[in-house]
Design a protein around this ligand. Structure first.
Ligand code: AMP
Length: 277
C-alpha cells in the first residue's frame, strides 16, 4: 500500500493510473477504521483495479467543536486494519488541504434545512467541500459511501450531479454488529453502560418498521411510538425521529419504501441510524 500525505503528489500520480485505463475506486473516511469501512473498501477492491482510501478528520464538517476534539484518531491502527485491502492510502493534513485563502463554499437549498442539515448547521457544506476536493484529487470512477449516513449519500449524489463530477456514488448497506448496533467510529466513545444499551436503538427501529408494515399508519403515530421506545433507553435523548420517502420528502402515511431516520445522544455521544420500511 502506497501512502500519500501531500495532495499535490497524489494528484500528480493519478494520471499514471488513468493512462493504464485502470478503474479507480475511492472510499473517503475519517479514520478510526471499523468493519463498516472495511466492507466499503472490500467492495471497491472487487469492482476496481485500484482502491484509494482517504483518512481525514475534516474540521469543517463538525458544527460542535468538542465533538471534533474527541473524535477518535489512531493512524497506525487504521493502517494495520486496512492492510493490503487498499492500494493507496491518502492521509493529508488540514494545512495541506485547506489554504487560508479558501473562499469557496457549497450549500444545498433543501438538504441544509432538514434532518442532519437542520440539526448540524454547516455540516453538509463541510462534507461537500472536502468530498469535492478529494474527488478532484482522486479522479475516482466509483466512490463508496455508507447508507448509514443516508442523507449524506443523497447529498453526495446531488453534488456530483450538480457539479458534473465524473464519479458514480455507490451506497453500501449499513454494516452492523451482531447486536444490531450500526458500526460507527463514535461507538468507541460510549461508556460501558451506554454500549450495552446502544443496540436498543436498532431494536426500536425494527420494532416500529414491523409495526407499520401491514397497516396504513399515520407518520405522526409511528414517530410517537418510536420516540416513546427510544426515550425508555437509559441516558438517551432523541434529537430527531422522522419518517420520510426515499428522497427524504415528507409523507403523511407510512408506506413500503419509506425510511425511518433517527439521531440520538447517548450521554454526550451523537449516533444516527435508519431503517427502510
Ligand atoms: P466516517 O469515517 O464515519 O466518515 O465514514 C466513512 C464512510 O463509511 C461513510 O461513507 C460512512 O457512511 C461509511 N460508514 C460508516 N459506518 C458504516 C457502517 N456501519 N456501515 C456502512 N458504511 C458505514
Amino acid at each position: 500500500m502506497k501512502i500519500f500525505k501531500d495532495p499535490k503528489a497524489l494528484q500528480e500520480y493519478i494520471p499514471k493510473i488513468k493512462s493504464d485505463s485502470k478503474k479507480i475506486g475511492f472510499v473517503p473516511t475519517m479514520g478510526a477504521i471499523h468493519k463498516g469501512h472495511l466492507v466499503l473498501i472490500e467492495k471497491s477492491k472487487r469492482q476496481n483495479d485500484i482502491t484509494i482510501v482517504s483518512i481525514f478528520v475534516n474540521p469543517k464538517q463538525f458544527n460542535n467543536h468538542d465533538d471534533f476534539l474527541r473524535y477518535p484518531q489512531n493512524f497506525q491502527d487504521d493502517i494495520d486494519k486496512i492492510g493490503n485491502l487498499a492500494d493507496i492510502l491518502f492521509i493529508p493534513s488540514a494545512e495541506s488541504i485547506y489554504k487560508k485563502s479558501n473562499q469557496t463554499t457549497i450549500s444545498f437549498s433543501e438538504h441544509d434545512k432538514i434532518l442532519e442539515g437542520k440539526y448540524r448547521p454547516g455540516h453538509f457544506q463541510g462534507v461537500a467541500l472536502i468530498v469535492c476536493k478529494l474527488l478532484n484529487i482522486c479522479q475516482s470512477d466509483h466512490t463508496y459511501v455508507g447508507l448509514k449516513d443516508y442523507q449524506q449519500y443523497l447529498v453526495l449524489k446531488q453534488l456530483v450531479e450538480d457539479l458534473n463530477i465524473q464519479t458514480k456514488i455507490i451506497g453500501v448497506t449499513t454494516v452492523r454488529e451482531k447486536s444490531g448496533l450500526a458500526h460507527s467510529s463514535r461507538n468507541t466513545l460510549l461508556s460501558e453502560v451506554d454500549k450495552v444499551n446502544a443496540p436498543s436503538i436498532y431494536e426500536g427501529l425494527e420494532y416500529v418498521r414491523d409495526l407499520v408494515l401491514p397497516k396504513k399508519i399515520k407518520v405522526g403515530r409511528a414517530i410517537k411510538s418510536l420516540t416513546e421506545i427510544l426515550n425508555k433507553i437509559p441516558n438517551l435523548k432523541t434529537e430527531y425521529v422522522e419518517i420520510r420517502s426515499k428522497n427524504l420528502e415528507t409523507v403523511k402515511y407510512v408506506s413500503r419504501g419509506d425510511i425511518i431516520l433517527v439521531a440520538v445522544y447517548l450521554g454526550k455521544i451523537r449516533l444516527i441510524d435508519n431503517i427502510f420500511i
